[in-house]
Design a protein around this ligand. Structure first.
Ligand SMILES: [Mn+2]
Length: 440
């Protein structure tokens, strides 16, 4: 049962706590414009421990010498509100559906909190958060500290995020299954966009097609804002306007991924608008692809993101030297970090419930996190060559290429979870020549 997944995680977190109470709030609805809200997205840590997708909730994990318990505050059923904005789980169902020990109406939080916090020294929470429920908890702790006749009042505030984020670093099989599902939809969308692209189309037409496929296949959200960047727009790293005309002879960079059960996918492909790479485009594309394949090949337990970063800088510098984009000796170019001008970002990032998963890259001693089985990260080497940079050989100006896959660490090495999304020049040109309706 899905419930047991969250119960196990709560148990694991409790086992790492001293006596005390951990508080994890849900996301709140965000107003977009008068009377309308942004689509709701649950807070990842809250979802990780509850599997509950409503706003207006607070999860408490309480531990004392005798026993542990999980308490959930949530919105009560309200036929009037539900008629307007949809069904709520409600307090009565919460224990059986979510497997928590106790459930209460969130409106009773203020009156119930002192009873729950009294007797505990330690409060585990995001100490930097301005969340209103956490503020309420701190206020309650303060009130308790002035109460003379109680045994112990909470006054040790322990930052909870490092504990949670370290747990989220290793994905359970259930989690990688959700990522695989997201990727299977994302693959369809990328292939459809490659096939549908025609000179004269607007970038947003492809964005609409991609997001149509996400929705049609049952994914409620994109994992991040879709990027469709034709030609020189690819050199704007987080280009989200998606409003330009796609031109024949240009490449288009598409960075898009859907969510499944709140788990992300994150894929970038760069393909020719008219279906055929030109010679300089192909030379640069294959240089970056070759570098990406070498970097992915090096992924195994024992290595680290920092080592892959250094490898990517070396490999991409070599590519740029060979094509006359950077001039000078390899050592000198690395020493001066000359690659930064055209490859300014990291080789990848953790991915999970957040597309940029908030897991640490360094451990508490400041040492690089060493790869272990179950970790998931993206690998996204890129070279961006702006149109107006006269130091770049003319044939390459206005080309931006990024190739990004999602990689799972396995016991012996790695698995490329997005291996079947077209990537070689041959595969991409083949998809480009197809009818996009085959992918819908
Ligand atoms: Mn990425």
């Amino acid at each position: 049962m899905k419930n047991t997944i969250y119960a196990k995680r709560r148990k694991k977190l409790l086992s790492q706590m001293h006596d005390g109470v951990a508080l994890i709030p849900s996301a709140a609805l965000q107003m977009r414009s008068n009377d309308t809200e942004f689509p709701f997205r649950q807070e990842s840590n809250f979802y990780y421990f509850s599997g509950f997708n409503e706003p207006g909730a607070l999860l408490l994990l309480c531990k004392n010498k005798k026993s542990n318990k999980t308490v959930l505050f949530l919105r009560k059923r309200d036929p009037q509100a539900e008629m307007w904005v949809g069904k709520r789980l409600g307090v009565e169902e919460a224990c059986s559906v979510l497997g928590v020990d106790e459930a209460y109406d969130i409106e009773t939080l203020e009156e119930k909190l002192s009873g729950l916090l009294e007797g505990h020294l330690n409060l585990y929470l995001d100490i930097f958060s301005s969340n209103s429920y956490l503020r309420q908890a701190k206020k309650t702790a303060e009130k308790l500290s002035h109460t003379r006749d109680i045994e112990r009042s909470p006054h040790n505030f322990i930052h909870l995020l490092p504990l949670l984020e370290t747990m989220r670093l290793h994905k359970e099989p259930y989690e990688t299954e959700q990522i695989r599902k997201a990727l299977s939809i994302t693959k369809q969308a990328h292939h459809a966009a490659m096939a549908a692209a025609r000179p004269g189309m607007k970038e947003y037409e492809l964005q609409a097609l991609i997001e149509y496929i996400f929705k049609k296949e049952g994914s409620p959200h994109d994992a991040y804002g879709t990027i469709v960047a034709g030609g020189n727009n690819a050199n704007t790293l987080h280009y989200i306007e998606n409003s330009a005309v796609l031109k024949s002879g240009e490449l288009m960079l598409i960075d898009a991924g859907c969510e499944w059960d709140n788990y992300a996918s994150d894929i970038t492909r760069t393909s020719p608008v008219n279906g055929k790479f030109s010679a300089p485009q192909q030379a640069l594309y294959e240089g970056i692809l070759d570098a990406q394949l070498k970097i992915i090949k090096a992924i195994k337990p024992g290595t680290s993101k920092q080592k892959l970063q250094a490898k990517s800088e070396l490999l991409l510098t070599e590519v740029m030297r060979e094509l006359g984009i950077l001039k000078g000796s390899l050592d000198e170019l690395i020493e001066k970090k000359s690659f930064k001008k055209y490859y300014p970002h990291g080789i990848g990032h953790w991915m999970g419930l957040d597309v940029h998963d908030t897991c640490p890259y360094k451990d508490e001693n400041g040492k690089d996190i060493v790869f272990e089985e179950g970790m998931v990260l993206t690998i996204e080497p890129a070279i961006y060559l702006p149109l107006d940079d006269m130091e770049i050989p003319e044939a390459f100006r206005g080309i931006g290429i990024r190739t990004e896959d999602d990689i799972l660490l396995t016991s012996k090495g790695h698995e490329n979870l997005s291996l079947d999304i077209a990537k070689s020049v041959e595969e991409i040109e083949k998809i480009c020549a197809m009818d996009y309706r085959e992918f819908i």
